[in-house]
Design a protein around this ligand. Structure first.
Ligand code: CA
Length: 465
């Protein structure tokens, strides 16, 4: 979530609520970047300054990060572990911001729109590329960053020019996302993963963070802006530290093009899952169509449809919604969207924290989410049969398994109300709607079939009594 208060209390909140979250059916927490960032105590964390400062040193005007101190983070980690929750941290390796000093270097301005096009001659610039970490010194790492460790910067202190400057003797890396000619460069000082020292430092950090936090996985920020083979090397190295368990990995590859996502998955040898942005875009379109979205197409072009085991499904996250902007899934379809990610076979579903805990900008949906989480925990098992055959009302059934024998039938619509005739393996079974939207029960016939209803713009989750 982008919009936590800047009060340094998030790690305390994690520690306090871990057991409640686990009880609700949540199994893992994706924590925001724990590192010190250039904006100090109010920086969300993506302007990464020092990966080794988890809120321990006076740097950028503060000891703590936006979320708290290192000690509070460690306490949160312990509480999560005691509650049985896995912890994944947000990992910002593409860039660094907030350098301590400038260096005089040669930079060649390139086009924002096509990074392969130089738009001026090489020239001397004063670049913020020198990271000496005066507040931390050599604790945990004595590495200092200099211009040779970066591909490019986006500011010349001497002239105030905000062009993208490719540094001398540097080329943008490949393979990366091909948008804008080559999308290696995103912002700030872009790390050059072709430099052995850079990769070595990032391996050393990975080993260090495992020793300090013993996390269960990583969410990689800006994955499409990092040379893909880097992830292969880094993950193999860090996973080898914990041969007893498979560390989870998910990348933020922000695109609606599923072919591109699958290309990345192939390049990284299926080592990293990816967020299913195409599904998010489909759900967003459904939420904004006033009932006009063709629900038969809700899974068209999605990662969860094409490669479900590599898809992390989500409704919104901080990349698609924050108080300053974003284009979220609208309330008209939000509950249905959560049923789609929580109650089906495919994908690793990821809840958006402000949808679970009320905040200023989004209507809280915790009661609905609690009902869906409970339905997932108790009923989302066994064979799935889809009835995705109508422009408005779609549904699916789950037949349960040996340990969870009761069946479930989910039906939802983007607009008009209706019923969906679906088969269960339960002749003469009684089903009730755990969302509370429809009070009457549904009874299946002697053949196990029934017409399962849902109200306009709504969903019903029918579970066997
Ligand atoms: Ca990059």
């Amino acid at each position: 979530h982008w919009d936590y208060p800047d009060d340094g209390r998030l790690w305390d909140e994690v520690a306090r609520d871990a057991a409640d979250l686990a009880r609700a059916g949540i199994t893992a927490l994706w924590l925001p970047p724990p590192n010190k960032a250039q904006g100090g105590a109010s920086d969300v964390g993506y302007g990464c300054y020092d990966l080794f400062d988890l809120g321990e040193f006076t740097q950028k005007g503060t000891v703590r990060t936006k979320y708290g101190t290192r000690d509070q983070l460690l306490a949160a980690r312990r509480a999560a572990r005691e509650a049985g929750l896995a912890v994944y941290i947000d990992t910002v390796l593409n860039h660094k911001g907030g350098a301590d000093f400038t260096e005089t270097v040669t930079g060649t301005p390139v086009s924002h729109e096509n990074r392969n096009i130089e738009i001026g001659p090489p020239r001397e610039i004063d670049a913020w590329t020198m990271f000496t970490f005066p507040g931390r010194g050599e604790r945990y790492s004595s590495f200092q960053w200099r211009a040779q460790h970066f591909d490019a910067v986006d500011y010349d202190q001497r002239t105030g020019d905000r062009s993208i400057f490719k540094l001398s003797n540097k080329a943008f890396e490949t393979p990366v996302d091909p948008e804008r000619g080559n999308f290696d460069y995103l912002l700030f000082c872009d790390l050059d993963m072709n430099v052995d020292e850079v990769r070595g430092e990032l391996f050393a950090w990975g080993e260090w963070i495992m020793a300090v936090l013993d996390v269960d996985g990583f969410r990689f920020d800006a994955a499409r802006h990092i040379r893909f083979p880097f992830f292969v090397e880094w993950l193999d190295r860090i996973r080898a530290l914990r041969p007893d368990r498979q560390l989870f990995a998910v990348g933020e590859y922000f695109t609606g093009d599923v072919a591109t996502l699958r290309w990345f998955i192939e390049h990284t040898g299926r080592r990293m899952t990816l967020f299913d942005f195409p599904l998010h875009f489909n759900m967003r379109a459904a939420s904004r169509s006033g009932g006009g979205f063709d629900m038969r197409r809700i899974f068209d072009g999605t990662l969860v449809a094409q490669d479900p085991e590599m898809a992390v499904t989500f409704v919104d996250n901080h990349d698609t919604f924050h108080l300053g902007g974003g284009e979220p899934v609208g309330e008209a379809f939000r509950a249905q969207a959560y049923a789609i990610i929580l109650l089906r076979e495919g994908g690793v579903p990821c809840l958006f924290y402000p949808d679970y805990r009320a905040n200023d900008a989004r209507a809280p949906t915790q009661p609905m989410l609690d009902a869906l989480l409970a339905a997932r925990r108790d009923f989302a098992y066994g064979p799935q049969t889809d009835y995705i055959d109508d422009p408005d009302v779609i549904g699916w059934t789950r037949q349960g398994d040996a340990e969870h024998p009761r069946a479930m039938a989910v039906v939802l619509t983007d607009g008009a109300p209706g019923t969906k005739r679906m088969a269960t393996a339960r002749p003469n079974g009684t089903f009730r709607d755990v969302t509370g939207a429809i009070a009457d029960s549904v009874t299946t016939g002697a053949d196990g079939w029934a017409d399962f209803p849902c109200a306009a713009g709504s969903l019903s989750v029918w579970v066997e009594q």
